[in-house]
Write a new protein. Structure first.
Length: 524
């Protein structure tokens, strides 16, 4: 063995040892790093195999040994560029599906198999024998078809990783740039060395690439220790932009569309890149077949926007912020936050707060909130205002005899009969149990009495059919008209109606009591 080969072996072994140390160190620290470290481990492991197998191959004494170590060497030659590309893509936040990763590794895997079985088909090397002039361990080779395929993909992977890392340079914050330099050089150094090997600038018969890989491993080790390569990583701005759950639209100072994210495209699937450059209002009309409900200036003050109708209706909270770049030119960013479920929940809570669950009419809280306003208006304008209290006769007996679920059916029956008789302007509410209250703005005592009689007649004439029996249902009512001369309150008016109701029930039920000053008249 001459001194030159010994030097080559020493350099390759040094590179292998350094990469092995890097691999062990990264594996030992893997729990303190992000998941990107596993891509790096696979990448460095194949480089380690490449370096050591190249060194051992130079110690071979026969063509069989050379072929064996060449097969092992190709695990690094073929696979490491692909793993390097996957590592770089993952490092900068590029989404990698499992199918994509498999496709990237497909050609390298085939290459490893082709080299190990080359004696059967000679597709990778047409000729592979000991160099007749230099002797063992130097090889004379003639490339086959698959060698060209492998070389094309191998350089493409390294060059793609290099270009991708370079393309992210401007977007990379200064704190991450030492890491980016390491990644760029980690791809560039093997590319340049492999190119020099292919054009026969390097020593004949020896692959120089594993002899320079100690430089890349030293750079990676420095970057891990000094700039926290795997604990502090940049994220691609496009990844952030498209990971936002809210729809985002970016406009220039002319209100033209210049960018949008995936969430906004999910709102409008027909949106595509051909619409870039359109005025926002024109784009909206194309997407919805409707004119935008606001001009742009009004949009600046818009808080909510409804898109679609019926079941497809969506409600979005709109927020618009002005943008300024380094040249101080203005633009806008519009964010569409889907608040449909929030609005539905809000409406549901409001309905629970203001509507009776069984009958779906106003509850006591809603009644007082609305009636107080109506009563003040009527008092101010001196218009008639009358209250009717309604109570279902013998309701407790129905519950005790047939059960509460039949009682619920009776309540619903009474509400439905009332709805057919009451005017649209009436404020109708369930005040509790079997009791109901009706506020009639613009009705005097005489008008209210006529309406109460109609209610009694309608109720008595319509049998309530339940699952257990057909029941005759009657109601008692109490009427009181507001007296503006005494400046009474709504609660005092309700109390008068309650006294009239009590008199109607005491007199035998199924009748109406009318409160009059100092006495109560009854009407059947």
């Amino acid at each position: 063995m001459n001194a030159q080969i010994t030097a080559y072996i020493s350099i390759m072994c040094a590179a292998g040892v350094l990469n092995l140390f890097l691999c062990i160190y990264a594996f030992y620290k893997r729990h303190t790093y992000s998941n990107i470290v596993y891509y790096f481990l696979a990448y460095v492991a194949t480089i380690t195999i490449y370096c050591f197998s190249s060194a051992v191959g130079l110690l071979a004494t026969s063509i069989e040994e050379i072929k064996f170590w060449t097969s092992v060497q190709y695990i690094g030659i073929a696979v490491s560029p692909a793993l390097g590309l996957l590592f770089v893509l993952k490092y900068y936040g590029f989404y990698l599906s499992k199918i994509m990763a498999v496709l990237v590794l497909l050609i390298p895997t085939i290459t490893v198999l082709m080299v190990s079985t080359n004696d059967w088909h000679h597709l990778h090397y047409r000729v592979f024998k000991v160099d007749p002039f230099l002797g063992v361990p130097f090889i004379y080779q003639e490339e086959g078809f698959w060698y060209l395929v492998h070389g094309t993909f191998c350089f493409s992977y390294m060059f793609a990783a290099f270009l991708f890392a370079c393309s992210r340079w401007k977007e990379t914050n200064k704190v991450y740039r030492p890491q980016s330099i390491t990644i760029i050089l980690g791809q560039l150094i093997p590319i340049i060395t492999a190119f020099l090997y292919l054009i026969d600038v390097t020593p004949r018969g020896v692959d120089p690439v594993p002899m320079v890989l100690w430089i890349t491993s030293a750079l990676y080790l420095w970057s891990i220790k000094s700039s926290r390569l795997f604990t502090m990583m940049p994220i691609d701005k496009d990844t952030i932009f498209n990971s936002i759950n809210d729809g985002v639209v970016v406009l220039d100072d002319s209100k033209q569309l210049i960018e949008y994210n995936k969430a906004f495209q999910n709102i409008f699937p027909q949106l595509n890149k051909t619409m870039l450059g359109l005025n926002f209002l024109n784009m909206w009309e194309l997407l919805t077949n409707k004119s935008f409900p606001y001009d742009f200036e009004s949009l600046l003050n818009t808080k909510e926007l409804t898109i679609g109708e019926a079941e497809d209706r969506k409600i979005y909270q709109i927020s618009i912020s002005p943008l300024r770049n380094l040249k101080n030119s203005k633009g806008y960013i519009i964010i569409f936050a889907d608040i449909t479920k929030l609005k539905e929940l809000q409406l549901q809570l409001e309905r629970q707060a203001y509507y009776d669950e069984l009958t779906q009419i106003n509850n006591r809280r809603a009644f007082f909130q609305q009636c107080e306003q109506d009563f003040i208006t009527a008092t101010t304008n001196s218009t008639p205002f009358t209250i009717i209290l309604l109570d279902i006769d013998h309701f407790k007996k129905v519950n005790d005899t047939y059960g509460h679920h039949i009682g619920d059916e009776i309540i619903v029956h009474v509400v439905n009969r009332c709805k057919t008789q009451l005017p649209d302007t009436a404020l109708f509410a369930r005040s509790g149990g079997e009791e109901f209250v009706i506020a009639l703005n613009g009705y005097n005592q005489i008008d209210a009495l006529a309406l109460a009689k109609d209610l009694c007649t309608s109720m008595e004439s319509q049998v309530c059919v339940t699952e257990k029996a057909s029941l005759n249902v009657t109601v008692s009512l109490g009427i009181a008209e507001a007296n503006y001369e005494t400046a009474e309150t709504l609660h005092q008016l309700l109390n008068k109606a309650d006294q009239a109701l009590y008199s109607a029930k005491k007199a035998g039920r199924n009748r109406t009591g009318v409160y009059e000053e100092k006495n109560i008249s009854l009407s059947i």
